[in-house]
Write a protein that binds this ligand. Structure first.
Ligand SMILES: [Zn+2]
Length: 65
């Protein structure tokens, strides 16, 4: 079993963060005992992933000269 120290999104402490079940999408959720708030690490990754979709698939040529 791998236990990873996860920093809280709000106070950045690692020792106050506990696992807090999973979201519907299957992503791990965490709860910070210090802030009494829950968060998911997955927010960061999905933000990066969606960047590619902003660009049109055709009609715009990249400038490569
Ligand atoms: Zn916190």
């Amino acid at each position: 079993m791998v236990i990873k120290n996860v920093p809280c999104c709000y106070c950045l402490q690692t020792h106050s963060v506990r696992k807090y079940g999973k979201a519907k999408s299957g992503y791990q959720r965490y709860m910070c005992k210090h802030c009494q708030r829950t968060f998911q690490l997955r927010y960061v990754y999905s933000a990066y992933k969606n960047r590619g979709d902003k660009y049109p698939k055709s009609g715009v040529k990249p400038i490569d000269s």
